[in-house]
Write a protein that binds this ligand. Sequence first.
Ligand code: NAP
Length: 214
Amino acid sequence: MSVTIIGSGNMARGIGTRLVAGGNSIRILDRDPEKASALAGELEANAQNGVTVNAGSIGDSIEGDVVVLAVPYEAVEPIAGQYTSELSDKVVVDITNPVDWQSFDRLVTPPDSSAAEEISRLLPDAAVVKAFNTTFAGTLVAGEVTGQPLDVFVAADDPNAKETVVRLVEAGGLRAVDAGPLRRARQLEGLGFLGITLQQPLGLGFSSAWKLIA
Ligand SMILES: NC(=O)c1ccc[n+]([C@@H]2O[C@H](COP(=O)([O-])OP(=O)(O)OC[C@H]3O[C@@H](n4cnc5c(N)ncnc54)[C@H](OP(=O)(O)O)[C@@H]3O)[C@@H](O)[C@H]2O)c1
């Protein structure tokens, strides 16, 4: 499969690593094309035969049927505006944690909504899937914590889009957990925020992960 990642920061590296490990070709777009190229080169160095990684600028065309928005929540609205028609038939993966960084005490989204639902309103013809917001970037590069594969909680209303993301997660060596409809993103974003707030007090250094065990 071919996947476009918008953004070339820590999460683009983590998710890109897992996608390439799963045999997917990727395209990385950043507002700074040099940053996109640098990450593409890094990821391509570990790619198996037949997997390609290319780079461009935000505004360039998208490749493939899946697009990962690996940018801060605040950056999504202009990007969605720029790509509304191109994203209309795509699976759009929302990984954001819409934290109010000033207060570090709340999310910026309305209490009866989530970043994923707000993005779905911005892109009504896209199939928005919430995933990867509870997995820290460094743990995605490793693919595991203490030898256990990461759990990636996936929420979406479109069953085909959800299945596509589940397959990508599993191909990358991670465990996908079907978290239900897109509105479960409210709880997932709360969980992501809780995980962030626990790092400093518990001295976890962003190397922890949420895992469902039974
Ligand atoms: N880090 C984690 O462990 C983690 C875990 C779960 C979810 N997330 C979520 O993942 C998303 C990305 O986080 P990250 O850690 O990868 O951040 P990051 O390392 O700071 O990278 C952010 C990326 O977004 C781009 N960007 C920032 N502002 C932009 C704007 N206004 N317009 C266009 N592009 C912009 C940056 O471009 P430049 O390089 O040009 O600045 C960079 O490529 C966030 O929504 C975050 O909540 C992060």
